[in-house]
Design a protein around this ligand. Structure first.
Ligand code: SAH
Length: 365
């Protein structure tokens, strides 16, 4: 099962209307909310180490060029300011962009010419050298040599599990952790997350230098209870659309029963306990933030808005490859039309938010 997820999980490629690159406004907004915590961390590690070559990685970078590359530009800009204060010139950077092999790396590579221009515009022409590398591979295994990275960033990647939890066949018409899921299904999801997150920490503990830092943001939950409507509702609506199609004989029951979304929304407390138990990193702080499904409300714009199509497109760009590989291409248009309608009704009647948990961790010396 694990290899299957690695093979099929990727966001919608390319740069057309249905692509992740064009639709991921939620993830982009999350990155803006975590700008300060990332910049403080990279400044801290840079000033402590003053490395000749600063090595940093974005894990689960996806193909939304502006999301991942703008993070890197902001981080380099922060270091350049600190370098100037320290009287250093010609700082070198190794930037690693990681995702699963199915990710649209070509789109990122094609944007690198503009990246250099954007970097010069922001930082000035005298910034030394920046070497960018693509790293296709699963972040639950080793990706880098030992003692190599000074700074690791990952946003909205680590709530994705390495596999569908085992023993959840009786989750039946649910496709995720749902209000009606049996307790052992919730536990199987949480156990799989514990296993994956611990592997992630263990691998990074080998790769991050002593004193190196990681800033990790996941889609999470606030409550200690394993079921939280805020964290699950977007998948409840997709399950409703699939169940409607089942009732009309448009998909097979067996197909629906075997489809589960490989995601888990951890709470801050769970993350802290896992970091402490694994033991290689100091837990500096956690920050909880919120993103509204409604795009304009994230910018305090109180105009009457109708962002349901934007939210729908964002969700579709994330889940379409999984749906396609499990159910086949033929259900896509019908299913997504139904999903969009469910999203529309929900957003007209209630305010929905995603909860993000951001962690700041330091590799113990
Ligand atoms: N960080 C980007 C993308 C978030 S989408 C942004 O903020 O816009 C999550 C990304 O994590 C996807 O591209 C997905 O392929 C990647 N991902 C999920 N599991 C992964 C794994 N085990 N190893 C590497 N990348 C993974």
């Amino acid at each position: 099962m694990a290899t299957e997820i690695k093979k099929v999980l990727h966001m919608n490629e390319g740069s057309d209307e249905t692509s992740y690159a064009k639709s991921s406004y939620i993830q982009k907004h999350v990155l803006s909310l975590t700008k300060a915590i990332k910049e403080n961390a990279i400044r801290e590690i840079y000033c402590k180490e003053l490395p000749t070559t600063l090595c940093m990685a974005d894990l689960g970078c996806s193909s939304a060029v502006h999301n991942t590359l703008n993070v890197m530009i902001d981080l380099i800009n922060t270091v350049e300011k600190a370098a100037r204060l320290a009287g250093k010139r010609g700082q070198e950077y190794q930037v690693y962009l990681n995702d699963l092999p199915g990710n649209d790396f070509n789109l990122i590579f094609r944007s690198l010419a503009c990246f250099e221009d954007d970097l010069k515009k922001k930082v000035g022409v005298n910034y030394g050298h920046c070497f960018v590398h693509g790293v296709p591979g699963c972040f639950y295994g080793r990706l880098f040599p030992s003692n190599h990275l000074h700074f690791v960033h990952s946003s909205y990647g680590l709530h994705w599990l390495s596999q569908i939890p085992e023993g959840i066949e009786d989750n039946e018409n649910n496709i995720y952790i749902a209000r009606t899921s049996p307790p052992h299904v919730l536990k199987a999801y949480s156990d799989q997350f514990m296993k994956d997150f611990t592997s992630f920490l263990r691998c990074r503990s080998q790769e991050v230098v002593n004193g190196g830092m990681m800033i990790i943001t996941v889609l999470g939950r606030k409550s200690l209870k394993l079921y939280s409507k805020q964290a699950c509702y977007m998948w409840d609506l997709l399950a409703m659309a699939l169940n409607d199609m089942l009732l009309q004989g448009l998909i097979e029951e067996e197909k629906l029963h075997t489809f589960n979304v490989p995601q888990y929304p951890p709470s801050e407390t769970e993350l802290r306990l896992l970091v402490e138990k694994e033991g290689s990193f100091t837990f500096n702080q956690a920050q909880v933030s919120y993103v509204n499904w409604e795009p304009m409300q994230n910018y305090n714009n109180s105009n009457k808005v109708s962002g349901h199509y934007d939210f729908f497109k964002c969700m579709r760009s994330v889940v379409e490859p999984l749906i396609k590989s499990h159910f086949g291409e033929f259900i896509l248009e019908e299913l997504f039309l139904r999903y969009w309608k469910k999203i529309q009704v929900s957003m007209e009647n209630e305010k929905n938010v995603f909860i993000n948990v951001t962690l700041s961790l330091t590799r113990k010396v």
